[in-house]
Write a protein of this length. Structure first.
Length: 246
């Protein structure tokens, strides 16, 4: 009974280390890595355009980390004027630590649909919105805020790029190490894991593993790809993943 964690560094290694402390057999196999986003140089200018009652969103703690590093390099402070929002608790904590501002975030699930239900986001016509994110993703958020009358700008703070592996070699390694549970936290990584694994291993090993995902949308994609034993964690942070794995 061994667990394969596909989260990127350092979250993947951190989860593996916590599982091993609890006596579980676990391995880290990061499928993607992060590099600075193409629009980072424009960030300071975009922030200076925000005035009181405008809205600033961070969609992951990676977006916060890359944005903060860029601002420090330019010796620019996070603005006090806009209202700050985050996709979930982990991101909110990171954003609060760097900006010192109060952060609004949904308490239960880290998904756009829940974030959009916050009372502060219902009447936003005419307001400027700046969304800090990776390359693509969370289109629903931007589109919905726009439909509510806000002027939405995205800033790509980081890029996710796939790490390259020899699929047959990796599949053989993980099957021989007795991996029966997979932890996958994005649709992109799920698709990548499926594509990377050769058909024979897919049928005889990969799709027979129990799969732990972080949203209903991901579970739906997993069912379409052929997984049958799927569990959904409460959220995407390591605490929630650990609870689900226990």
């Amino acid at each position: 009974m061994s667990i394969l964690v596909t989260r990127p560094s350092p979250q993947g290694e951190e989860l593996v280390s916590r599982l091993r402390t609890l006596g579980r057999v676990a391995w880290s196999f990061p499928l993607i890595e992060f590099t600075p986003g193409r629009e980072l140089p424009q960030l300071a200018g975009l922030l200076s355009n925000l005035s009181e009652n405008d809205l600033l969103f961070a969609l992951s703690h990676h977006a916060v980390a890359f944005a903060d590093a860029q601002l420090r390099q330019q010796q620019v402070h996070w603005p006090q004027a806009p209202h700050y929002f985050a996709i979930g608790r982990t991101t909110a904590l990171a954003l609060h630590q760097v900006s010192g501002n109060a952060i609004h975030y949904p308490q239960d699930r880290e998904i756009s649909e829940v974030l959009l239900q916050l009372p502060e986001l219902q009447k936003i016509a005419g307001k400027k919105v700046l969304i800090l994110r990776g390359n693509g993703g969370r289109e629903l958020l931007g589109e919905t805020l726009q439909s509510r009358g806000a002027e939405v700008t995205f800033c790509e703070c980081y890029q996710r790029t796939a790490k390259h592996y020899d699929g047959a070699e990796e599949a053989m390694r993980w099957q021989s190490r007795g991996v029966t549970t997979l932890v996958v936290t994005s649709g992109e990584m799920l698709q990548q894991l499926w594509s990377l694994t050769p058909p024979w291993y897919r049928e005889h090993w990969l799709l027979r593993c129990r799969l732990l995902v972080v949203s209903e949308r991901l579970a739906h994609l997993a069912r379409e790809l052929g997984w049958q034993e799927i569990q959904i964690a409460d959220s995407a942070d390591n605490d929630a993943l650990l609870r689900a794995l226990q």
